[in-house]
Design a protein around this ligand. Structure first.
Ligand SMILES: Nc1ncnc2c1ncn2[C@@H]1O[C@H](COP(=O)(O)OP(=O)(O)OP(=O)(O)O)[C@@H](O)[C@H]1O
Length: 596
């Protein structure tokens, strides 16, 4: 019920304190993102990766600060609900001309849900739905950059325009030869424009900030001609000569999706109006949920909020039931899904078989490691949720039994909100994109006799492991079932409980047997330290099938040699930062000029 009058001065002060807390958060977040430019210009790759990792922590720190302040200054949890309702209304008032209202609403939720009892988690007190529109927000400050710039080239001026687009970012490091690179881009774009008539509205729109990640900076925009729009991105890298180079020109929704994949680290982008960036990016990738776009921009809490809203909406408009996920069951994770929804839900089991010498805390630590690490397109991002409530009648009985048996500590069934309907509450879970488990994918290919499909998947699998190696990750358990195949046919790893940094592992060759007894033992007779890995022994687990074996040995035989792993480890130890291309090698203009 809407109060007739806002009569609590305390409510205003609390709202203002919350707003100050959010503004401080966004200021720090933005400053850190803006510094990416300097780190790129000065080739501070370690700094870039460190900042990417540390920025993820900012949000929780600021939420903690704000809730402590509310307790200390206003004894927040003792305030009656009338006051809290007014807090929300004052907060909406403060958001009227705000440039990040959707993020500020989420921040409000993060802080207040720490203070209020969960029976008050509805729209009267928190932002279950957004209250303030993000449409048409503009930054009218005199020195402000617009969200995107528009350029109006002709065929004749296209090359100069491309050079100008790049030059306008004012990177403080010279290009090796910008005119040359603009020529490459012109050729790539020209291929698409050669046969078409240029219409009156022909233009190129480019987002005003560069997108930074690892060793790259990306120009992101679209070409508009008549009713057609073609998204594009230009990766800028450091060339071997030390100057900058444009490495490629990516076109179309699929190539942009690869760049913005959920399996990659978040970008650093200097944005005053993030919702305007999201809107622009959505026009380039209409099938990518807004939640994932916010994630890709490093605004993970907003991503999480939007994902949850989408999920609740989907539940309202569907009727199928949660079930145990298809595939081989995990030993440490209990995995379920909803057939109509493209994500899986993962719960850490209470009991594991003896060969899994781990704990709930250790497993959470591994998932956190992945979240903070560069996922190089090969590790699925996970969203972590606590106390998630589902309607009981949407669960298959078999699934409830499975949770009761393997993760009883995580399960609560009851009518918590007293609405006469039973709920299943899961204490802690991870949600990630659903993929086709690679073992199932290969089995289907065998059954269909699709040799080419098998070959492609096995090559991709090896490539995935090599990309992980480049990112200093040893996956631990490399069985096929621990990898999934995405919509684009990319192979991505999703089983993190045995993951280690490559630099923490000791890659060893199997020692030669010292006598006949050892030779014939058929067991591991040599001593094995806790971080020892013997790549020669991977074969028997992975390569039972002759068709798979042949392809694997042809393309990735080096993965079975200790030297391969050890030499990568040494390079990383010596300070080299590998980067992994978010596009195919054959897209590169001059691969010999730039190296990641
Ligand atoms: N993202 C996903 N998409 C589709 N299926 C998945 C996904 N993640 C997990 N699964 C399914 O759930 C199973 C168990 O998941 P996961 O490998 O994460 O559990 P685990 O307990 O760590 O496994 P392990 O016993 O190998 O350690 C997988 O084999 C697969 O069939």
């Amino acid at each position: 019920m809407f109060p007739q009058r806002l009569d609590s001065p305390l409510a205003y002060d609390i709202a203002k304190a919350l707003m100050d807390g959010f503004n401080r958060h966004y200021r720090l977040f933005r400053t850190e993102s803006a510094r990416a430019k300097h780190r790129f210009e000065t080739a501070d790759w370690h700094g870039q990766q460190r900042a990417q990792r540390e920025r993820i922590e900012f949000y929780d720190l600021r939420v903690k600060e704000a809730s402590q302040r509310l307790e200390k200054e206003f004894r927040a949890h003792e305030q009656p609900m009338e006051v809290w309702q007014q807090v929300k209304l004052h907060y909406i008032g403060l958001l009227i001309d705000h440039h990040q209202p959707e993020l500020a609403e989420t921040f409000f939720n993060s802080v207040t849900t720490k203070i209020l009892h969960r029976t008050y988690f509805h729209n009267d007190f928190i932002f279950v739905r957004p209250a303030v529109s993000t449409e048409y927000i503009e930054n009218d400050e005199p020195a402000a950059l617009p969200t995107y710039r528009a350029y109006y080239p002709t065929r004749e001026t296209l090359r100069d325009t491309i050079a100008r687009i790049v030059d306008n970012f004012r990177l403080q490091r010279p290009f090796e030869d910008l005119q040359r690179d603009a020529g490459f881009v012109l050729k790539a774009m020209g291929g698409r424009l050669a046969q078409v008539k240029l219409r009156a509205n022909f233009q190129i729109q480019v987002l005003s900030s560069l997108f930074y990640r690892n060793k790259g900076a990306y120009v992101v925009g679209k070409i508009i001609n008549g009713f057609n729009e073609v998204p594009f991105a230009l990766p800028i890298l450091h060339g071997k000569s030390g100057g900058l180079v444009i490495d490629a020109c990516l076109f179309g929704e699929d190539e942009l999706q690869m760049l913005f994949s959920f399996a990659r680290a978040y970008f650093m982008v200097d944005m005053e109006v993030p919702s305007a960036y999201v809107q622009f990016l959505r026009s380039l990738m209409p099938r990518k949920p807004r939640a994932e776009i916010y994630n890709a921009l490093g605004l993970a809490k907003q991503g999480k909020t939007l994902f949850y809203r989408d999920f609740l909406h989907h539940l309202k408009h569907s009727s199928d039931k949660f079930r145990i996920a298809p595939g081989i069951k995990g030993m440490v994770m209990l995995v379920f899904d909803l057939p109509s929804f493209p994500y899986v839900f993962k719960v850490i089991k209470d009991y594991y078989p003896p060969q899994k010498d781990t704990t709930r805390e250790q497993i959470k630590g591994k998932y956190l490691l992945v979240k903070q690490h560069d996922r190089v397109g090969r590790m699925a991002d996970t969203l972590e949720y606590s106390e998630v409530a589902f309607a009981r009648d949407r669960f298959e009985d078999e699934l409830i039994e499975e949770i009761r048996r393997f993760a009883p500590s995580q399960l609560e069934i009851g009518d918590r909100d007293g609405d006469g309907h039973e709920e299943v509450v899961i204490k802690h879970l991870y949600i990630e994109r659903r993929m086709i488990p690679l073992n199932i994918y290969l089995q289907e290919a065998f059954d269909a006799g699709a040799r080419e499909q098998i070959e492609r998947a096995v090559i991709e699998y090896g490539n995935a492991i090599k990309d992980l190696v480049a990112a200093n990750i040893f996956p631990g358990d490399m069985l096929w079932k621990n990898f999934g195949v995405t919509r684009n046919g990319k192979v991505v790893f999703y089983d993190y409980d045995e993951i280690e940094y490559l630099t923490d592992c000791q890659f060893r060759r199997v020692p030669a047997p010292r006598n006949e007894e050892e030779e014939l033992s058929g067991e591991v007779w040599w001593s094995v330290g806790p971080k020892d890995v013997f790549p020669e022994t991977f074969g028997p687990f992975l390569l039972g099938n002759p068709a798979v074996r042949e392809v694997f040995l042809k393309h990735h035989g080096d993965l079975l040699q200790a030297d391969f792993w050890q030499s990568h480890k040494e390079r990383i130890h010596s300070g080299h930062v590998y980067d992994v291309f978010p596009y195919e090698h054959d897209k590169r203009f001059m691969p010999e000029k730039a190296e990641l």
